[in-house]
Design a protein around this ligand. Structure first.
Ligand code: 3HC
Length: 317
């Protein structure tokens, strides 16, 4: 509930949302809007950063110099996405260290998909194609999100994710058209990553805790189920081009609906993974904590440098 003091600001805020105007950091906003944005944007930032681990695992084992260079630059892009998103989140009045603490103590979530292992080189292809592919479907809609810094970060991120998706598909295409062993590897990686990729869109709309408010505030522009269906509809023809078996035997074109029908996600697995009990949750957070601790000297050096600059400025003044 807004106090009487905020009534005029609330009216102005509502008008701007209705008129598709962006809300900027210096604008008044309802406290729940701010909190919900911090929640979603920080979890998005954490996903980008934790998402570097499963693929980073393959940098030293990429099958050629070209593949290694491409993978290295893709993983670096993900770090960049994390940084834009952390900076955009900080514009809401929360510090980077608070956000990192929430991640490391399990208060904030990150995308469930990154809690699965990357068992073979084909997983690098499947992640680029399916995971970045699913991320783009969502993020294209988020380019129209109501908070200005988030919307602008999404525009740049989508351009880079689109390259990521294509490099993943190229890996899959080569494997699927390679030796029988390579084709089997591609099939296996797709089968294992398919369901976790569908889980990226979150629970069914009827079970989504935040969708109602987020859609009303235009933080989210398309619902979890609609985005998931869009992803299925655009990906099934790509599977056909690869010449692989469908990862879900229930996938079938529905003429009447003009979309594909598909099987049900294992929601028990989804909730286990988002609540910390997936195959790699422990490993991912442990690695993040160590990397963060190892980087403390860099943060210390940055602090010392900025203090020195500040003192210099004061002396000159
Ligand atoms: N993984 C982990 N947590 C998930 C999840 C998933 N796949 N889907 C839902 N959840 C969590 C929500 O965060 C929420 O938890 P919380 O209350 O503790 O914050 C809870 O489950 C209930 O789900 P809701 O549907 O109510 O949550 P949202 O309305 O926030 O919808 C979302 C979930 C669709 C993921 C939305 O937050 C969103 O669009 N986020 C921005 C996009 C994003 O985070 N993408 C990450 C993808 S990975 C990526 O981009 C990296 C790239 O390199 C591939």
């Amino acid at each position: 509930m807004q106090s009487v003091d905020n009534a005029a600001e609330q009216i102005e805020f509502d008008r701007r949302i209705v008129e598709e105007q962006k809300i900027e950091p210096s604008d008044w906003m309802p406290e729940d809007y701010r909190k919900n944005l911090i929640r979603q944007m920080s979890q998005h930032a954490h996903s980008e950063v934790i998402g570097m681990q499963p693929e980073g695992n393959w940098i030293t084992r990429a099958p050629s110099l070209r593949r290694k260079a491409v993978l290295l630059s893709k993983v670096q892009d993900e770090a960049g996405h994390g940084l834009y998103l952390y900076s955009a989140t900080e514009s809401l009045g929360v510090s980077r260290s608070e956000l990192i603490e929430a991640l490391q103590t399990g208060v904030a979530k990150y995308a469930s998909i990154f809690n699965y292992p990357t068992l073979t080189w084909a997983d690098v292809g499947a992640i680029g194609w399916l995971v970045d592919g699913a991320a783009i479907v969502n993020q294209i809609s988020l380019q129209r999100t109501s908070y200005g810094p988030y919307a602008r970060a999404m525009i740049r991120i989508c351009k880079e994710e689109s390259f990521h998706q294509r490099q993943g598909y190229e890996i899959m295409y080569e494997l699927a058209h390679g030796s029988p062993e390579q084709k089997a590897m591609a099939q296996d990686a797709m089968n294992r990553n398919w369901w976790p990729a569908l889980m990226m869109f979150g629970p069914h709309d009827s079970d989504s805790a935040h969708s109602g408010r987020s859609m009303q505030w235009k933080i989210k522009r398309v619902s979890n189920d609609d985005l998931r269906q869009k992803f299925i509809d655009q990906t099934v023809p790509q599977i056909e081009v690869l010449g692989l078996e469908m990862p879900d035997p229930e996938i079938k074109w529905n003429e009447e609906k003009g979309q594909y029908d598909s099987g049900e996600i294992n929601w028990e697995e989804f909730y286990q993974v988002i609540n910390g009990s997936g195959p790699c949750n422990y490993q991912r957070l442990k690695h993040h904590k160590k990397a963060h601790q190892d980087g403390e000297w860099v943060r210390e050096a940055v602090r010392a440098y900025s203090e020195k600059q500040q003192t210099k400025k004061e002396n000159v003044a």
